[in-house]
Design a protein around this ligand. Structure first.
Ligand code: MN
Length: 428
């Protein structure tokens, strides 16, 4: 077993049992200790952030032979593009440094004060310079639910769906992180019996519970990534809220797919959990019937057991309502298949490209990953703790997604992606 994943490891930094950030996790993020200081690479441990720029500067990572100042960059890209062996060496050194029996950092008060910063005092930033963003549609349950609503039970899945991971090219520049607000978009919509569209704020704002992964390094145009090599090209994962304006989507999506309904904002959780940290939580992926074409067949087909939840809280409510509890392992198409399919044409990948899963719905009613499905297109409204009814999302609503793998007495988690909807701007 990877020594950094040993469940018996403990850190000298206090970590609660339900914390998402024990020593077995060690996710990477970009933070600035104070608003005036430059952003740099950090690792989350319990309620603290370990400043890796300081740790590298002190020479504590020298044995990993890293390029100078690579952990002082304001994005993870240069670090992500390092060979996996070198990234693993850093993980092993950081894990060693944080262990309860290791005095180097634990007993050096001056170093500790510089290198360990309370997580609630730092400013988090987008962790990766994302050059390209692709969003898939890989949940069979979600695709079936949406298909039933729009095309009826007999034509729920399109003929291609069981043969390839359907996706579309998303907008990388409007990806932000947890804590930022999202402004209700304007757009074209068409009323049920109208012949011509009208213009105004979207009335059917929705979230989509998703997860995304970051491609670690460049691949060349013309060179597909083999499905069995794909895992080597994945750096780590985050939670993704793919905001969706359903009324805009319904009018615009044929024949080329989502556009303005999706391009105004997508939010991700700020800590990138590495595939090394997720390895102990490997799980079997759904059996595929019919068997896909050879380039999508995996010799080691697997996924990850990641619990997922969505909560909604209205502006003046004291409490939130859990509206969904799902799991990443339900997805029909794996990350390896998504990457292999994306590049089979010879399409090149850049380090830092983000590929998201599509809405992760489970088989049961409580596990649907969008309001569209939860309220069945608005026909079955939900009631929030303060008494307000919701068919779709209202201004002031905060949507919070969280995700974690459950170990024996500890969790390897993603923290959360939590964002609030602001009213549409006045365009007059
Ligand atoms: Mn989506």
């Amino acid at each position: 077993m990877d020594p950094t994943s040993d469940p018996s490891l403990k850190s000298f930094v206090p970590v609660e049992e339900d914390s998402h950030f024990p020593i077995q996790n060690l996710p990477y993020g970009i933070f600035s200790p104070t608003p005036r200081e430059d952003s740099r690479v950090g690792v989350r441990i319990g309620d603290q952030v370990l400043d890796l720029a300081v740790i590298q500067d002190c020479g504590l990572l020298d044995s990993a032979n890293l390029p100078a100042d690579i952990l002082s960059y304001p994005v993870l890209n240069p670090f992500m593009e390092l060979p996996k062996k070198q990234r693993r060496a850093v993980r092993l050194l950081v894990s060693g440094l944080l262990r309860e029996g290791e005095p180097t950092l634990r007993d050096d008060e001056n170093l500790r004060r510089r290198a360990l910063v309370p997580a609630d005092s730092v400013t988090m930033h987008l962790p990766v310079a994302i050059r390209d963003y692709t969003d898939f549609y890989s949940s069979k349950e979600h695709a079936t639910n949406v298909g039933i609503m729009f095309r009826g039970k007999d034509n729920a899945l399109m003929p291609n769906w069981l043969h390839l991971p359907v996706g579309y090219h998303g907008r990388a520049s409007s990806i932000g992180i947890s804590g930022e607000d999202v402004v209700r978009p304007h757009g074209q919509t068409i009323a049920p019996d109208a012949k011509t569209p009208s213009f105004g704020p979207s009335r059917l704002m929705d979230f989509e519970l998703e997860m995304g992964f970051f491609v670690s390094s460049n691949s060349f145009q013309g060179d597909p990534i083999d499905v069995d090599q794909a895992a080597e090209n994945i750096f780590g994962m985050v939670l993704v809220n793919d905001w969706s304006a359903r009324d805009i989507q319904k009018w615009e999506y044929q024949p080329l797919g989502p556009f303005n309904a999706k391009n105004f904002a997508t939010h991700i959780s700020p800590w990138v959990v590495t595939m090394d940290a997720l390895a102990p939580f490997r799980s079997t992926a759904p059996v595929q019937e019919p068997e896909p074409l050879p380039y999508l067949r995996e010799s080691d087909r697997h996924t990850f057991d990641i619990n997922l939840e969505v909560h909604i809280q209205a502006e003046n409510d004291e409490e939130s309502l859990r509206v969904c509890s799902s799991n990443f392992k339900h997805l029909y198409w794996t990350m390896a298949q998504q990457l292999a399919h994306h590049t089979v044409t010879g399409c090149n990948m850049s380090g830092g490209d983000m590929l998201a899963s599509g809405t992760i719905s489970g088989p049961d009613k409580g596990s649907f990953g969008s309001m569209l499905e939860i309220t069945w297109r608005g026909t079955e409204p939900i009631v929030l703790p303060g008494g307000a009814e919701r068919k779709f999302l209202a201004d002031g609503d905060t949507v919070t997604m969280s995700g974690w793998c459950q170990g024996d007495g500890y969790r390897v988690g993603f923290g959360e992606v939590s964002n609030t909807i602001l009213p549409a701007r006045n365009l007059q």
